[in-house]
Design a protein around this ligand. Structure first.
Ligand SMILES: *[C@@H]1O[C@H](CO)[C@@H](O)[C@H](O)[C@H]1NC(C)=O
Ligand SMILES: *[C@@H]1O[C@H](CO)[C@@H](O)[C@H](O)[C@H]1NC(C)=O
Ligand SMILES: *[C@@H]1O[C@H](CO)[C@@H](O)[C@H](O)[C@H]1NC(C)=O
Ligand SMILES: *[C@@H]1O[C@H](CO)[C@@H](O)[C@H](O)[C@H]1NC(C)=O
Length: 392
């Protein structure tokens, strides 16, 4: 009360208080001179440092105003549509919200499989002893699998048919994310297939994913026929050809990014309708383009641009190398786990190879936590080797 009264008093004092004496002592010309100097100084400052509020940024240049432009798609040279404005405000709010604090943070492992999981015994070994720090979700699109591991029993979600290369693949990914988001403790989400195996021990994987703020979404620009060659102008105006990106479908995602994927219907429907097999006489596969393009446009700095799931494309065939039992040796596993550069090859005649050091929180580090494609016959070798290669 005292403080409040004193404040009131001083306010009143200020009102009654006459203009300070010393001011009236100034002679008129000096007073005007000071005022003119101050005004000029203000004008010079305003010229050198243009105002940084959003309205001014819009008029001047969206590139020059970081806080405002970082969440916008690149080069907005046109007026946004109603759908884009609505979509952007929702996405911006999700991305800028502080992460939900969880007392018991978990990683959600999302298995996208036609039926049985041949590596359940290996995953069982991987999960064993880490109860409470992970959750498992299985989307079995064809046959209901029989489970051997307690970590997988009753973990199936309602599923639907998945056709390779069609939007139903993306739908299954979204279904897995939606189910896993129901548990607020799930802070990071990992998409895996039935041919994926773990390359590292649980603790290593947990810390690698939890102690960084990026999602490992693969993303690069391929000007060739298997990249931008699949782009359709029907995606305009929202998705320009120069935004179109490619990447492996096997992602890991922070919770905020999983939410953003749930919130998106604008870009999703563009890819559903115009990136599909046979579109404009070409084959486009949404599962290789939707998320890389979406994140490139809306949160490029939020993704690592490589996938933590290794796959060997070096044979240059339509499908990546499938490992057989005789391939799986300590040396092979050592080779894969020690890779610390991500490689992208364009599909045009130049076959340009882009090699990037994998940076984890800015530090050079090994790129991979998981690998595919392993044939079921490799299980016994992998079980024997697991404790050995994971400690490399
Ligand atoms: C991923 O690439 C984008 C450009 O496409 C870049 O802005 C971003 O910084 C990259 N992410 C990381 C973690 O380096
Ligand atoms: C492992 O890497 C070395 C060096 O790159 C290579 O010579 C060797 O053939 C690789 N071994 C396997 C099994 O991939
Ligand atoms: C992520 O962390 C890096 C430093 O590790 C920081 O520079 C960057 O601003 C962070 N990004 C977000 C979206 O929090
Ligand atoms: C795994 O490592 C142990 C001890 O280092 C070794 O005795 C064993 O032979 C190794 N197993 C394989 C399959 O390499």
């Amino acid at each position: 009360m005292k403080a409040v009264q004193r404040w009131h008093l001083s306010m009143k004092d200020m009102q009654i208080l006459p203009v300070p004496r010393h001011r009236s002592h100034l002679k008129k010309p000096t007073w005007i001179l000071v005022l003119v100097s101050l005004v000029s100084l203000f004008l010079i400052c305003a010229y050198i440092y243009p105002p940084h509020n959003s309205a001014a940024c819009y008029v001047l240049s969206s590139k020059g105003c970081n806080g405002f432009s970082h969440w916008l798609p690149p080069t907005p040279a046109r007026e946004f549509t109603d759908d884009e404005i609505a979509s952007h405000v929702v996405i911006r709010d999700i991305l800028s919200a502080p992460p939900t604090q969880s007392k018991n943070p978990k990683i959600a492992f999302l298995f996208l499989t036609p039926g049985a999981l041949p590596f359940e015994r290996l995953w069982d070994k991987f999960f064993h002893g880490h109860e409470g720090r992970f959750s498992v979700y299985v989307h079995a699109s064809k046959d209901k699998p029989l489970h051997f591991s307690r970590y997988f029993i009753n973990r199936e979600i309602r599923s639907d048919k998945v056709v390779w290369g069609k939007i139903s693949m993306v739908d299954a990914e979204r279904r897995l994310l939606a189910n896993a988001l129901k548990d607020p403790d799930n802070q990071h989400f990992v998409l895996l297939s039935d041919s994926c195996i773990p390359l590292q021990e649980f603790d290593y994987v947990f810390n690698y994913l939890m102690d960084t703020n990026v999602s490992f979404v693969d993303c690069f620009e391929d000007p060739g026929p298997h990249g931008s060659g699949r782009y359709s102008e029907h995606m305009l105006p929202e998705v320009e050809k120069s935004y179109f990106r490619k990447g492996s479908q096997w992602f890991t995602m922070k919770r905020r990014h999983a939410l953003v994927v749930m919130a998106d219907s604008l870009y999703y429907s563009k890819f559903r309708d115009y990136c599909k097999p046979g579109m404009d006489g070409r084959n486009c596969y949404s599962d290789e383009h939707y998320l890389p393009t979406f994140f490139y446009m809306l949160d490029p700095d939020g993704i690592a641009n490589w996938s933590v799931t290794h796959v060997d494309w070096s044979e240059g065939k339509w499908h990546p190398k499938s490992y057989r039992a005789q391939d799986v040796t300590y040396e092979l596993m050592k080779n894969i786990t020690s890779i610390d550069k991500s490689v992208h090859v364009t599909s045009d005649e130049r076959k340009e190879t882009q090699v990037r050091q994998c940076l984890w929180n800015g530090m050079p580090r090994q790129c991979y936590l998981f690998a595919r494609k392993f044939l079921p016959e490799t299980l016994d070798n992998l079980m024997q080797l697991f404790s050995n290669y994971t400690t490399i």
